[in-house]
Design a protein around this ligand. Structure first.
Ligand SMILES: [Fe+2]
Length: 309
């Protein structure tokens, strides 16, 4: 049996509709808006919409998104993205987790904006006996695949992009990986933040998953319950690594809306054959044609023959 799962992330959709002048009186907020406006020149909504169309056209078995759908976590941004997703995906066809930008301001977290707008894409297919206020990990059971989605989005001061999973979710992750419903299925874990630091990257120390080593321990678990694949976003470039101490692939996807010469929008497709990851395709935006072209995981264009093999 062959299954194909599409993965996109970090769309950073910006909408300043409804931002009141009173908010601009706050110096930090003005800085955030300026940064977001600058960012919006490089992250294009129309490219994200084309990417979603390309995912739908491929007819994949499921799609996952690892967060940072919006930019400043304003309600109009969530409304815009919700419309884009709900018009293309049935509730059972897409699974999401939030990123730091989806929790950018305290009000968004307090109002549960991400959870409210994307409720149907945040499933709880396995009873993990989570506490009454605990929404994550989300769990999705598909024919042959179990998806476990962690939230690493936490309140942070503006301009700090750290993340944290926390002990309650790690306990949930452990229960999910060992759950009888998951046994025999391909285990896919989602989160927004990278597990490994990138010291060469500017501001890396305020962009990290602060409890990464505990999450790695939780994923390493026992050989029988380890995930088959862990995927994340946040750093806007494709990267293939391994979960430390294991041979579990750890895949970072590029941004789904990036425009420019240095990097382009792309999404991944994970091809699962007979319960194992057979290959990874990178579908990269081609500005001239507006199409997304399939490449292998080393960035070489795939011919139809190579894709079929
Ligand atoms: Fe992020």
């Amino acid at each position: 049996m062959t299954l194909r799962i599409a993965h996109f992330s970090d769309t950073h959709v910006l909408s300043l509709r409804g931002v009141t002048p009173r908010r601009f009186l706050n110096k930090r907020w003005t800085g955030a808006v300026n940064l977001a406006l600058n960012r919006s020149r490089h992250y294009r909504v129309e490219i994200f919409e084309k990417l979603l169309d390309a995912v739908v056209e491929l007819g994949v078995d499921h799609a996952v998104c690892t967060g940072d759908l919006v930019n400043l976590a304003l309600e109009p941004e969530f409304e815009m993205v919700r419309e884009m997703l709900a018009s293309r995906f049935e509730p059972t066809a897409l699974t999401l987790v939030p990123g730091n930008h989806d929790y950018y301001v305290k009000e968004a977290i307090a109002d549960g904006l991400f959870e409210r707008h994307f409720a149907e894409f945040l499933p709880a297919d396995i009873d993990l006996e989570l506490g009454p206020a605990q929404r994550y990990p989300v769990t999705r059971l598909l024919d042959g695949v179990a998806i476990i989605g962690l939230s690493s989005a936490v309140p942070t001061p503006v301009f700090v992009a750290n993340g944290e999973v926390g002990p309650a979710q790690l306990a949930g992750l452990k229960r999910a990986l060992a759950h009888p419903d998951v046994e025999g299925r391909f285990r896919l874990v989602l989160l927004h933040h990278p597990l490994l630091p990138e010291p060469a990257r500017r501001l890396d120390s305020i962009r990290r998953l602060v409890d990464a080593s505990a999450v790695i321990d939780g994923l390493r678990g026992t050989a029988e319950t380890r995930p088959h694949l862990v995927v994340h976003g946040h750093n806007h470039e494709f990267k293939a690594q391994r979960v430390p101490g294991t041979d579990v692939p750890l895949i970072q996807v590029a941004s789904a809306s990036k425009a420019g010469n240095r990097s382009r929008a792309e999404f991944n497709v994970y091809v699962i054959e007979d319960g194992a990851l057979a290959r990874i395709e990178r579908h990269i935006h081609e500005p001239e044609s507006g199409r997304f072209i399939a490449h292998d995981d080393r960035g070489r264009p795939l011919t139809d023959d190579a894709r079929a093999s």
